[in-house]
Design a protein. Structure first.
Lengths: 219, 116
């Protein structure tokens, strides 16, 4: 006997993501989910971004990692509240689930935060699948990775709202073809803004900051 | 990469879906729709499912996976097509403004329980 079920397997996660989104919206917190492969420079991008928007914008960061608190310590050094999530206590997950965000957000004073950036676990596969209650998704990609990353990980580039193309200062030492990388991104998502930047030098950050402020509606 | 957690969710949902009056009958099959754009690998998911079910209400059940193709619709000319490679550009008018209509499914459609 066949019994109809029609249930989304990720319903439990999506339900908590909706609760998170409501909680952030009620507290007027704009939330960004930042994703990338390991080592593309998410934390450096965050440090540079925070130095350009704080203290005018009251920001906070949730950092996800399988292990260590290194990234949270780097963020905390900028003076911005940072909460570290280590998924290994819960089985070494490859992504942040909505329930982790719910738990981490409880440690933040949401009423006094305008912008919350969530640094997801370095992985271009799984985090793309999981809604965590964010308003915006961005993916960092560095020029030391292949130009074909977007077509290798189409879902990630399809679900994101902007690409941060990092480590542009290394371009003279590489055979990286920027045009090809941008073409591949546009093939996955035509309307995707691509911000070419270097978190090390600060080069190219202003357009990203302007866009971010516009999207978050904060000045 | 997260197939073990997904398999565990599937098992939980399937067990919750068994009607009380059929509680003693063996579950034969779980039917799952899996979009080709989802970041879940069917073979890995089956492996995890088989690993997890011994000792549960689903012991002996098969996880049957129907892969759903990625279909897109052009926002400009309304053309619909099956996306078979990672290029999200309208095959008819070349526009890049498109909606993904299917391909992200990760849905349990039904469970099959022995009748007698």
């Amino acid at each position: 006997m066949e019994i109809k079920v029609v249930k989304k397997v990720l319903d439990a996660n999506n339900e908590i993501a909706m609760q998170n989104r409501k909680m952030f919206s009620e507290n007027k917190v704009f939330t960004i989910n930042m994703m990338s492969s390991p080592g593309s420079g998410k934390t450096s991008i965050l440090e540079q971004t925070l130095s350009m928007i704080t203290p005018e914008i009251k920001a906070a960061v949730i950092v996800g990692d399988i292990c260590t608190t290194n990234d949270a310590m780097r963020i905390a050094a900028t003076g911005v509240p940072a909460v570290q999530i280590n998924t290994d206590e819960f089985g070494g997950d490859c992504h942040i689930g909505a329930h982790f965000i719910k738990k981490a957000a409880a440690e933040l004073d949401l009423e006094n935060i305008d912008l919350l950036i969530i640094e997801n676990i370095g992985n271009l596969v799984c985090p793309a699948e999981f809604d965590i209650g964010e308003n915006l998704r961005v993916v960092a990609l560095s020029v030391t990775e292949g130009e074909d990353k977007p077509v290798k990980y189409p879902l990630m580039f399809r679900v994101c709202d902007a690409v941060l193309l990092n480590k542009m200062d290394l371009l003279p030492y590489l055979d990286y073809k920027i045009d090809e990388a941008v073409k591949n991104i546009k093939m996955i998502k035509h309307e995707m803004p691509v911000f070419q930047m270097s978190a090390k030098t600060g080069q190219g950050f202003q357009p990203w900051i302007d866009w971010l402020k516009k999207m978050a509606n904060v000045e | 990469m997260h197939e073990l957690g997904i398999a565990s969710n599937i098992i939980e949902i399937a067990i919750d879906s068994i009607p009380a009056d059929l509680n003693n009958m063996p579950v034969e099959k779980i039917n799952l729709k899996l979009g080709k754009l989802s970041s879940v690998v069917a073979e890995s998911l089956k492996f995890c499912f088989v690993t997890l079910i011994p000792g549960t209400r689903l012991e002996g059940a098969e996880l049957s996976i129907e892969e759903v193709p990625v279909t897109a619709k052009c926002k400009k000319c309304n053309f619909k097509w099956i996306v078979s490679e990672p290029v999200f550009v309208c095959k008819k008018c070349g526009s890049g403004l498109i909606d993904i209509i299917s391909g992200r499914e990760l849905d349990i459609s039904s469970i099959e329980i022995a009748d007698n």
